[in-house]
Write a protein that binds this ligand. Structure first.
Ligand SMILES: Nc1ncnc2c1ncn2[C@@H]1O[C@H](COP(=O)(O)OP(=O)(O)OP(=O)(O)O)[C@@H](O)[C@H]1O
Ligand SMILES: O=P(O)(O)OC[C@H]1O[C@H](OP(=O)(O)OP(=O)(O)O)[C@H](O)[C@@H]1O
Length: 210
C-alpha cells in the first residue's frame, strides 16, 4: 500500500478529479465537511494524508509518505530532497512580483511574501538588494497599508490584485501541481509507483519523466 501526502484545499479537489478520470476508485468518505486527515483507499491501493501544502515535501523527504502532490511553488520554496516525478498540470497559476502601478524603486525596497526563498533568489539573481518580509497570507495588504513596496505572490485570475488596486510587475515562473516521491520509496516500491504514474500520465497526456 502506498502513502500519499496530499495538499489540502484546491489541489486535493483537482487531484481527485484527475484520479477519477484515470479510473482510480477514490473514496466517497472524502466529502467537504469531513475533518478526517488519513483517508484509506484500499481499492485504489493507497492512503492519503491530507496536509498543509507547505508541509507536503517534509512528509515525503522524511519517508512517512511515499509520494506527495503539491504545487511547484512549494517545491521551489522548500527545496526538499525529493524526486519530482510528474507534472500533473492541475491547479495552474503563476508566481509574480506585484505592486502599486505607480511604484518607483527606492534605496532598500521591502518585499512582502509567503515565499521568502523564492523572493530572495529572484532579487539576488537580478542584483537587487531588498528586504524580504514573511507574511502568512493576505499578502496584497502589504503595499496598500505601507508595510512593503512590492509583493511576491501567486496570481491566478488576477482578481485579488485588481480589487486591491495592484498590478503584476514582473512574472517569475509558472506553477502547476507535481507528483513527488521519497527517494527510497521510489526504489523499493517502484512497481505500484510506476502503475500509478502510468495511469495518471495517460490522462494528463504526458510521458512519465524517468
Ligand atoms: N489562486 C491561487 N492561489 C493560491 N494557490 C493557488 C492558486 N491557484 C493554484 N494554486 C496552487 O494551490 C496551492 C495552494 O492551495 P490553497 O490555496 O488551497 O492552499 P493555501 O491557502 O496556500 O494553504 P494554507 O492552508 O497553507 O494557507 C498553491 O501552492 C498553488 O500551487
Ligand atoms: O489571482 P487570483 O485568482 O485572485 O488568486 C490569487 C490569490 O489567491 C491566493 O490567496 P489565497 O486564496 O490562497 O489566500 P491567502 O491570501 O490567505 O494566501 C494568492 O495568495 C492570491 O492572494
Amino acid at each position: 500500500m502506498l502513502t500519499i501526502a496530499m495538499a489540502k484545499g484546491r489541489i486535493l479537489k483537482e487531484a481527485l478529479e484527475l484520479f477519477s478520470r484515470a479510473g482510480i476508485p477514490v473514496s466517497d468518505s472524502l466529502n467537504e465537511d469531513s475533518r478526517k486527515l488519513v483517508i484509506t483507499m484500499p481499492e485504489a491501493g493507497f492512503s492519503l494524508f491530507l496536509a498543509k501544502p507547505m508541509d507536503v515535501p517534509t512528509y515525503v523527504e522524511y519517508g512517512v509518505a511515499d509520494l506527495g502532490i503539491v504545487g511547484k511553488d512549494v517545491l521551489l520554496e522548500q527545496e526538499r530532497d525529493v524526486y519530482e516525478l510528474l507534472d500533473l498540470r492541475i491547479s495552474p497559476c503563476r508566481m509574480a512580483v506585484a505592486g502599486k502601478p505607480d511604484w518607483r524603486p527606492g534605496l532598500y525596497p521591502r518585499v512582502a511574501t509567503k515565499y521568502p526563498r523564492i523572493a530572495e533568489k529572484y532579487f539576488k539573481e537580478k542584483g537587487q538588494q531588498v528586504e524580504v518580509i514573511l507574511l502568512n497570507g493576505s499578502v496584497e495588504l502589504a503595499p496598500i497599508i505601507g508595510l512593503a513596496d512590492r509583493i511576491v505572490d501567486i496570481v491566478s485570475t488576477g482578481q485579488t490584485l485588481r480589487e486591491n488596486g495592484l498590478v503584476e510587475l514582473e512574472p517569475i515562473c509558472t506553477v502547476t501541481s507535481r507528483m513527488i516521491a521519497n527517494r527510497a520509496s521510489y526504489r523499493l516500491k517502484s512497481e505500484p509507483i510506476s502503475a500509478l504514474m502510468n495511469a495518471l500520465s495517460k490522462v494528463i497526456g504526458e510521458c512519465v519523466r524517468r
